[in-house]
Write a protein that binds this ligand. Sequence first.
Ligand SMILES: [Zn+2]
Length: 502
Amino acid sequence: MPTVTKRRTASSATAKDSSALMKNKFLRPAACLAVSMQVQIEQLVRLPRKATVYAIKELVRRAGVTTEMFQTWRIEFEDEGFVNVFVQPGTNQRIRFPQANLWFWKELNAGQFRTATAKWMCDPGAKFALVPDFRIPFSSDARKDVGPLFTATGRDCIECPVDLPASTLLTLSRFEETLPGPRDVHGRFSAFSSIAWQNGFLHRPIVDEYGLALEQALSILLPGWNPVERRLRVKIGHDVDEIGVPFSLRTVLGHTLRRKIPLGTLRDLVAPWTGIDTTYAILLRKLVALSLEHGLDAAVYWKAHAPGPQEAGYDLRHKRIQGLVAALRAQGIEMGVHPSYNTFESLERLQVEVSAVRELLGAHEIGGRQDFLRWNPETWVHWDELDLAYDATVGFADHIGFRAGTCYPFRPWLLSKGREAQLLEIPLMAMDSTPQGYMKLSPEDAFRELIDCAARCRTVGGVFSLLWHNTRLVGQGYPVVYRKLLHELAGSERYDWRQSCD
Ligand SMILES: [Zn+2]
């Protein structure tokens, strides 16, 4: 962490007070704020300092600043409501952000916020054609267009017109998903409820794009500086909802009637008696083989739950599954946990399933993804509590895009705890059923959307994270989309979560 200083003693609330207030404020949805929080909000004038420092850290790593370099910096909080980020020891070279005022936080808690647009400081050229401007939800500035995101106001100072750290923190931490509002039949926050979709920027990794603007500003302050190179990395995961064990007549007949693979039906009818692989087991092996053929990684996430009313399931201890796990392990395939439908909002149930998968895999350090992408910001708290290495759930089921405004894996800020998580989040950009089932796109349009999404990840140097099920490698049109996509991504760098993001 860089040095954090305060220019003068704060005249209103101390940093400690503010921190405690923010913690309480985020704990409860707006409906409960009315009585108990009103008085406290009156006293709250800005984001807790450690939250601001966290957000600055997230911004600068997206600008290509290394952790080592950031550690030499100094962050100074002014009483006047500004924060200065001194970027070179012994000099006055700095980036200056205003801090959102009392009214901003008051409005925010009433569910009122605005999105602003900002421009580049200097024309970046055709290389950044996908980033024509910058979009800033939770803007602390009343203007719709705030001008350049960074402006030189002196030889050694570059200023931002908005409290970009606050906007970044609120976007990454999924603040809007803590507010009361509609949820779908599975209790999920819909893409269509999001500020990003409503303001037309769900397809853009807006927080990562701030990094491009900040890199430009830093290059002016630090002419000899070489930012970290931006490279696309790819993370492909396979959630195993079904594997053909236990025998299900519905699934077996579905191979012929719905998926048009009568041989699949035949295979599953004889599999229990002969010991040959089930259709879904073969498809899982095929998915993994496809990734490896294209020089990419595959991660397989296992369930530890029997079939239920909302979902398929299986007994992880079944010898066929044990055999499959052993075979994948021998290939060096990463495996993790796919917590079932009912683990959403239940730490107890999550713990039981995570323990079962850890036992089966013989590994404590695992990641995974929630079934049905049932997730809210408290899910991070549960995963963090169970010491899971990473979550890969944060993407919308009903729309491709950047749910948290980023494709950079990050350690989330836990709003209800007022601290950064140990858990890593690898945000999800798309899953197979999203373009097909939810967005109703033709295979051609789905392919175009997925390629556009990957191109945006490439531009900012993030991780294109994709979910494809073994059950979705059959059917019409879409398996071709997957193969074409792998062809496009072939040879891309794999994302290794074991190499920490900070
Ligand atoms: Zn699932």
